[in-house]
Structures are given as C-alpha cells and as structure tokens.
Write a protein that binds this ligand. Structure first.
Ligand SMILES: Cc1cc2nc3c(=O)[nH]c(=O)nc-3n(C[C@H](O)[C@H](O)[C@H](O)COP(=O)(O)OP(=O)(O)OC[C@H]3O[C@@H](n4cnc5c(N)ncnc54)[C@H](O)[C@@H]3O)c2cc1C
Ligand code: FES
Length: 506
C-alpha cells in the first residue's frame, strides 16, 4: 500500500508556527476560505480600504491551492474550440482575455512587491502521443490564435519521447503557490486585514445571510464571500451543478531529460512541469500529475499511485518519487467557473468555484472580479462568469447525468454496505471497510497498531455513504466529494460536520 506525503509545496514552504484563532465579531467583508480565491479577494479588498476577515477552517494556503501543479496559464487543456462552439467567438475571446489578465496581474504584483516565489515565464503545451488527436490539436491551435492568444501548433517538443503534436501557448508562467499565497497573507495583515485559522464556517444566518456561524462563534459582514473550494452552503444548489475530480501528484529531483516548459497530455491526462529546488536541493524538481478519478469511486488509490510512478520511471527514468499527494477540483455544468452572486436573489453573498483544474488564473480572476463587484465597480467579465448565467440552465443533460449518478450512489452504496461480506474483524492494519453494525452503516479502519476506529459511514453533507481511500487513509464521499479523516474529522467540503464516532461495544 502506498503512503502519501505532504505536498512538495507544503514541505518546502512551512506555515508560520502560530495559527491565529480569535474571531472578530464583524467586518466589511468576511471571506470564507484561505486559498488562492479567498486570499486574492481579501488582498484586493484590503487594498481598497475595506476591513476584511478571512476565516479558514485549517491553515491558509494548505487546501487545493497548496497541493496544485501551479501552472499559471490561459491555456486550459483543449478549451477554446469548445468554448466557441458553446458560447460563440466573443465570449470565448473574453474568456481568453480574462485568464490572460489574471496571469498578468500575478506577474505585475510579483514584480511590484518583489515576491520570492519562483515565478518564471514558461511555454505551456497540450500534447498528445495518439495521432487520433491531431485534428483536435490543430483546431484548438487555430481557434486560440484567431482569438488573439499566443498559440501555435508544433510537432517537436523537448519531451524525451515522440508526440503526435502539441498546442503551444508562449510566455505563460509557473510559481511556488504557497510562497505566493503566504506573501499575499502578509500583505493582507499589513493592510489591516485579519486572518483567522482553524475556524470552520458551518452555516449562514436566516434570514440574514451575512451572519456566519462558525466553530468559534458568529461573525457578521456587510458582504460574505464563499471561497471554500466546494461551496459549503447549499442555498445555491451547487451540489447539483458541480462535479469533483481528484488527481494524483508526485515530485522528485528532476532528471536531465525533464522539460523546461509545462505540459499536459490531452490523451492520457499526464501533467508535467519543473520547479527550482528549494533549500538544500540542487537543480530542479520534476512534478508529475495524472490518474484523475471521481473521489469516492475508487478505493484502490494505491494502484493509481503505482501506475503514475511507473509512467514516470518509464518516460524519465525517475527511480522513485519522495513526494506523493493528491487533491481535487470541481467542474461546472458548462465548463466555465461560477464567480459572482451566490444565488440570483443574493445581494451581499458571493461565491467562486468550479475551476476545472485551472484555479491559478481562475482563483486570481475571482479575486479581481469579486472585489470589483463588492466595491461597486463595473467588471467586463461579470456576465460571463455569473453563476446564474443562461448556459448553466441550458446544460440540462449534464446536470441530469450528475443527478442520476448521485442517485445511483445513494441506492447502490447502501445496498453494498448492507450485503454480507468481510467484517471489521477481517481488517488488516491500514485497511478500512464500510459495513453494517446493527442497523447503522459504519466506516471502520484498523490503524497500523491494530486499533480499530469506527465512525458513521453516512456523509454529513447530504447522506450518501463514504468509501475508503487506501492511499490517503480517508473516507471519501462519491456524491459531492466531501472527505473525512479516519477519526471522522472533515478534510474537504462541502461537508462542515465530522462523521460521528460509533461505539462498537454498543
Ligand atoms: C491535481 C490538480 C492539479 C492542478 N493543477 C493546476 C495548475 O497547474 N494550474 C492551475 O491553474 N490550477 C491547477 N489546479 C486547480 C487549482 O489548484 C484549484 O482550482 C485552486 O487551487 C482552488 O483554489 P480555491 O481557493 O478555490 O480552493 P482552496 O485552495 O482549497 O481554498 C479553499 C479553502 O477553504 C477552506 N475551507 C473549506 N471549508 C471551509 C469552511 N467550512 N470554513 C472555512 N474555510 C473552509 C479550505 O480549508 C481551504 O483552505 C489543479 C487542481 C488539481 C486537483
Ligand atoms: S458530499 Fe454530498 S452527500 Fe457526501
């Protein structure tokens, strides 16, 4: 069984020792979640003179943004031909412009503030080894170039294996996401903002949805921004229009054959880039990602890590990856993020989510857009990203598919848990199972010392059954991607409450 590690970013840029946990009672703006979306929004609003409190359930910059690949690019896999087909040329062009504006905003702030975050310009590539992808790649390159993006089609790359072709976007960028975000956090507090860590938001007031109930009491904002990755409040029905996707990442000292540029494979999904080694590490570090899956739908995640490591060994001769971790992102019904009012009637409640694995520009764009909306400025991209836009309502088939999948899990997973099978006594150290104890579905895990911990297997979000993730030792929900530790603690939303413990002696 594979053991996961902290992400390379978390290991190479430790958090300040002290978490700050005293929650103020009010602020102009309460930002929930301290990832790239929340911290960028908070930074811009403190610069605009607003009093801002960031409420983070864990430590800042340690969620998805601390576990990403951190390519900063307007090239989001093969997206432009599809955007033209779905939305037309003008909106596809506006998408490219907004993503480029976010990239350049980061570049500008890194230079202006002198941030030491390994920011470097690199070409980004979407490649395929399979010749069946050639037409798609050519079409994407032509479309993106027509939309004014720095795109072309190439057949030669620096990868140490032949490719059928690639779409190249010139002069995109990459950085160390935590060094960037920890610096943004410093700037927020320097400008008078407050960051509170280890405090989890659990619900909004009724009827006043600018009152936030948290594990440390309530806080009232004039505006409340929900940047908790998966929105944690159900009133926008995001659970019916977001699909989570989890992927693996690994890091190792870069071999000589590692590319300088950034790459993602349209056919296999493998993602590659390098980053400068931090203290004591000579040369670059190679980051390799892939093996995407729907969280909670695969319990043999170790096999995925093994496959990814084998691919790295075959293609680059890397003998082993000292860092191995995983993270997840959300995909929307029409492929564009949801950034704007939380629901159509909301006046002071805002949301940003659904970045489809491209949150470095999208999360930054969320900050630019939401800070404009909150300060009453016009923003040219507000309608494009509005969560209530028409194209989301028109995406009925994909919404129906998502709903059906959730329904199938609900019924099928309960049936499996109640079927006769291996029980808790059969668990080997490091194994977990969902089974029935009396009338209750129970998630039981045997730790390496042989001690069994048992918690309810019923997800505290909307009641689906969790499944064991053997590599990360977590309980993952297949319905909307909530994740819990073996002690039941929340690791990832939308759930906000832990899985309650079960006493096996009862
Ligand atoms: C494998 C993988 C690779 C990726 N690579 C790239 C890439 O190369 N380039 C790119 O642009 N994007 C990439 N992405 C996407 C990008 O990392 C994410 O879209 C982005 O980091 C999301 O940022 P966020 O601020 O929305 O979420 P997060 O960074 O997760 O921040 C949300 C924060 O909210 C907190 N929170 C949750 N619930 C609560 C609560 N109830 N109360 C208070 N706080 C709460 C969490 O603890 C967390 O800190 C990748 C994604 C994946 C999965
Ligand atoms: S995440 Fe929604 S039911 Fe579990």
């Amino acid at each position: 069984m594979v053991e996961t590690t902290p992400s390379y970013w978390v290991d190479s840029a430790p958090a300040p020792a002290d978490a700050r946990s005293v929650l103020p009672r009010e602020a102009d703006v309460v930002v929930l979640g301290g990832g790239i979306s929340g911290l960028t929004t908070a930074y811009l609003l403190t610069q605009a003179g607003r009093s801002v409190v960031v409420v983070e359930a864990d430590r800042i910059a340690a969620g998805v943004s601390g576990h990403t690949t951190a390519k900063i690019s307007a090239q989001h896999n093969l997206v432009y031909a599809e955007l033209v087909r779905r939305f037309g040329r003008d909106r596809a062009r506006a998408f490219g412009q907004s993503q480029t504006a976010a990239l350049e905003w980061i570049a500008g702030r890194v230079a202006e503030l002198g941030v030491d975050c390994d920011f470097r310009r690199r070409d980004n590539h979407v490649y395929a080894e399979d010749p069946a992808y050639l037409d798609k790649l050519r079409r994407e390159a032509d479309t993106a170039a027509e939309l004014g993006l720095p795109a072309d089609f190439v057949t030669e790359t620096e990868l140490p294996f032949p490719v059928a072709g690639a779409v190249r976007f010139r002069a995109q960028a990459e950085f160390h996401p935590r060094l960037w975000l920890l610096r943004l956090a410093e700037e927020i507090t320097r400008a008078g903002g407050t960051i509170v860590e280890n405090v989890r938001a659990s619900r909004l007031g009724l009827p006043d949805e600018t009152v936030v109930h948290t594990s440390a009491g309530t806080i009232k904002g004039r505006d409340v921004v929900v940047t908790t990755h998966y929105p944690v409040f159900d009133r926008g029905l995001y659970f019916a229009r977001l699909e989570p996707r989890r992927s693996l990442l690994m890091a190792a000292p870069a071999p000589a054959s590692a590319p300088q540029g950034m790459y993602i494979a349209a056919d296999t999904g493998h993602s590659l880039r390098t980053t400068p080694g931090r203290e004591g590490e000579p040369g670059d570090v190679l980051l390799l990602g892939g093996e995407g899956y729907h969280p909670g739908e695969d319990t043999d995640v170790s096999a995925r890590f093994d496959r990814l490591a084998r691919w790295g060994a075959d293609r680059f001769g890397v003998p082993g990856f000292p860092h191995r971790w995983a993270t997840q992102d959300n995909i929307t019904a029409d492929r564009l993020p949801y950034i704007g009012r939380y629901h159509p009637l909301a006046r002071h409640l805002w949301v940003a989510t659904g970045y489809a694995l491209w949150g470095m520009t999208n999360g930054t764009l969320a900050g630019l857009l939401l800070s404009d909306l909150i300060t009453g400025k016009d923003n040219p991209w507000a309608a494009l990203y509005d969560p209530a836009r028409r194209t989301v309502r028109q995406s009925a088939p994909s919404l129906a598919k998502l709903g059906a999948k959730t329904g199938l899990h609900y019924a099928g997973d309960y049936a499996r848990a109640f079927a006769p099978g291996g029980g808790i006594a059969d668990l080997a150290p490091g194994e977990g199972t969902v089974t029935r104890v009396g009338r209750k579905p129970v998630a039981a895990y045997r730790d390496p010392d042989g001690t069994v911990s048992a918690v309810s297997a019923v997800c505290t979000h909307l009641g689906c059954l969790v499944a064991f993730n053997d590599a990360e030792k977590s309980w993952d929900c297949p319905c909307h991607g909530s994740r819990f530790g073996t002690d039941g603690s929340v690791k990832h939303g939308p759930a906000t409450k832990p899985l309650p413990p079960v006493d096996l002696d009862d």
